[in-house]
Design a protein around this ligand. Structure first.
Ligand SMILES: CC(C)(COP(=O)(O)OP(=O)(O)OC[C@H]1O[C@@H](n2cnc3c(N)ncnc32)[C@H](O)[C@@H]1OP(=O)(O)O)[C@@H](O)C(=O)NCCC(=O)NCCS
Length: 264
């Protein structure tokens, strides 16, 4: 049986993510549900939670995250049925494009459903001390940041961004009164960082990277990769950004760091 994720499912959903080696997705799941309480679906087998997926609406695009089937129930068609169900319901709500960051194991399922690869996404990490960031973003900058985020990501994820802006310290860079760059630190994670110019992106990374241990970067943005390498970040994992439906106009040259694979 497939049904919407309810608050009572949360403990089992987190256990499922852990059993699927997606422990890092827990914080994302909590954030997704705060942002859009009806963004999740679960598959039950004999009353047990066997599968989970979230689809976060971002305008007419949506981000698929926290996709997992319990190891005991894999290769039985649950992942496919669950994602097809979530897609069908999302389409009825006006979604035309689905986006995600695929693990190598997830990629098989997504290709079967017609997803195509866009680019690689690198997760980089560093060891060592983490500096404190005190910079805060002024609420008066939020509108300009939202506008920048829409152009950088090609999606409308204003609700998620508002949550992230409340969560993290960060900074903006202005030129001639315009916001041309923004960077946030969420936990020990750098991102989102958006910059309309290379020197602006570098300045944001130089200021905020020492406060972070993890950063996720679209591989086409080589300037961003070079900038974080200079701060001791090394590649830990790769994901593949995939899409089903018409492309959204993401500007990978403006995206210097994603908030997380799931949150964007
Ligand atoms: C990815 C995952 C959700 C797939 O769930 P599942 O229930 O096993 O998938 P299904 O049984 O519905 O398989 C769907 C299709 O993908 C294919 N597939 C699934 N896993 C595969 C694998 N490891 N290798 C090759 N093909 C695979 C199946 O053959 C099937 O195609 P078919 O319908 O044409 O036969 C599950 O493996 C999982 O939870 N993995 C760990 C967490 C993870 O990486 N999640 C993805 C995050 S992006």
């Amino acid at each position: 049986m497939i049904r919407s994720l309810s608050p009572e499912d949360l403990t089992d959903a987190v256990a499922l993510l852990e059993a699927s080696n997606l422990g890092g997705a827990q914080a994302n799941l909590a954030r997704y549900l705060r942002c859009q309480p009806r963004c999740g679906w679960v598959a039950l087998r004999d009353g047990v939670l066997a599968g989970l997926v979230t689809v976060l609406r971002q305008g007419t695009a949506a981000f698929v995250g926290a996709m997992a089937v319990h190891p005991d129930h894999r290769s039985a068609g649950i992942g496919r049925a669950l994602l097809e169900h979530a897609q069908a319901e999302s389409r009825r709500a006006g979604i035309t494009t689905f986006l995600l960051e695929a693990t190598p194991i997830g990629e098989h399922l997504y290709r079967r459903l017609g997803y195509v690869a866009e680019h690689e996404t690198l997760i980089l990490q560093r060891e060592g001390d983490v500096a404190a960031v005190t910079a805060q973003i002024a609420p008066s900058d939020h509108l300009a940041i939202t506008a920048l985020d829409r152009i950088a990501t090609g999606t409308e994820r204003d609700d998620m961004l508002a949550l992230l802006l409340r969560e993290g310290p960060g900074t903006t860079i202005r030129m001639r009164g315009e916001v041309v760059g923004v960077g946030l630190v969420v936990g020990e994670r750098l991102g989102p960082v958006h910059a309309t110019q290379v020197d602006v992106g570098r300045a944001l990374v130089d200021q905020l990277a020492p406060a972070c241990r993890v950063v996720t970067i679209p591989e086409p943005n080589q300037h961003a990769l070079a900038a974080v390498s200079g701060h001791g970040f090394r590649e830990a994992r790769r994901l593949r950004r995939m899409r089903l439906g018409p492309a959204v106009p993401m500007r990978t040259d403006w995206v210097w760091a994603l908030a997380s694979p799931g949150a964007g």
